[in-house]
Write a protein of this length. Structure first.
Length: 251
C-alpha cells in the first residue's frame, strides 16, 4: 500500500489547532471544574486541621506543667489550678545550687503545706498567682526552706500573704520584693518577718494603707523602697528606731 504524503500533511494540519487550543488553555491559567473542586476541598481540610491544631495547642499550653532549666538554675511551674499540682508535677528532689523557683499564671484555692520542700530554693517568685486563701490554718507552704530561702518575690497581681509570720523561720531570708500588686496593705504584720530581712521594695503597686508601725521592728533593715506607687504619706514611725543599719530610703 502506497503512503500518500498529502494525507499525512492533512492529518497533521487537522490536529494542530486542537493541540494549540489545549496549550493556550494551560498558559492562560484556566482551571477546569475538577481542579477547582479539589482546591476548595484542600482549603477546607487545611482550615479544619488548623482549628484542630490551635485547639490542641491551647489545651497543652493551659495544662499544669513544670520545666527544669538546669543550665540557668531555674525551675518553672505554670498553670497550676489545684494544691495537688505541687505533688503531681514538681519532680523532687531538686538539688541545684542557688535555685530560682518560679510559679506563674496559676489560680488555686491555697498553697499546700511544704509546697517547696525537697527543692534547694534560694529565690522564690510568684508571678500572676491568685489564691483564694494563702494557706490553710496551721499549715506552712514554706516549711523546708528554713536554711535556703534568701529572696521572695510577688509580682503581676499575685496574692500576698496576710500572715507574714509564715516566713518567720526562714533564717536566711534577706529580700522581700512586691511588684504590680493591687490593693496592697502594708500592715504591721511585716514585723513577723525574720530579723534577717535587710531589703524591702514595693513598686508599681496600688497601696490601700500603710500601718504607722509598718516595719518598725525589723532592726536590721538596710534599704526600703516604695517606687511608682500611690503612696501619699510616710512617717518616721514606720521604720525601726534606731535604724542603725538603714542607709537607703527610696520613696
Amino acid at each position: 500500500m502506497l503512503h500518500d504524503p498529502r494525507l499525512s500533511e492533512s492529518l497533521f494540519r487537522s490536529r494542530r489547532p486542537r493541540l494549540a487550543l489545549i496549550t493556550n488553555r494551560r498558559r492562560s491559567g484556566r482551571v477546569f471544574p475538577a481542579s477547582a473542586a479539589s482546591a476548595k476541598m484542600f482549603s477546607a481540610l487545611f482550615f479544619n486541621l488548623s482549628l484542630l491544631l490551635l485547639s490542641v495547642t491551647s489545651i497543652v499550653l493551659s495544662s499544669p506543667v513544670c520545666y527544669d532549666q538546669e543550665s540557668s538554675h531555674k525551675y518553672r511551674c505554670l498553670n497550676f489550678t489545684s494544691p495537688d499540682d505541687f505533688s503531681e508535677h514538681v519532680k523532687r528532689p531538686i538539688l541545684h545550687q542557688d535555685l530560682t523557683f518560679i510559679v506563674r499564671n496559676s489560680r488555686l484555692s491555697h498553697l499546700p503545706a511544704r509546697a517547696f520542700a525537697g527543692a534547694n530554693v534560694s529565690v522564690l517568685e510568684f508571678d500572676n498567682v491568685h489564691l483564694e486563701s494563702f494557706a490553710l490554718q496551721d499549715e506552712n507552704p514554706f516549711a523546708g526552706l528554713e536554711t535556703t530561702l534568701r529572696k521572695v518575690i510577688f509580682s503581676e497581681g499575685s496574692t500576698v500573704p496576710e500572715n507574714w509570720g509564715l516566713f518567720a523561720n526562714m533564717l536566711r531570708l534577706v529580700t522581700v520584693r512586691l511588684s504590680e500588686i493591687t490593693n496592697l496593705n502594708l500592715t504591721s504584720g511585716f514585723n513577723q518577718l525574720p530579723k534577717s530581712v535587710r531589703v524591702i521594695t514595693v513598686a508599681f503597686s496600688t497601696i490601700g494603707y500603710v500601718d504607722e508601725h509598718w516595719v518598725s521592728e525589723l532592726e536590721n533593715l538596710e534599704a526600703v523602697g516604695i517606687r511608682h506607687c500611690n503612696l501619699l504619706t510616710f512617717s518616721r514611725s514606720m521604720l525601726p528606731k534606731p535604724a542603725l543599719n538603714l542607709w537607703r530610703l527610696d520613696l
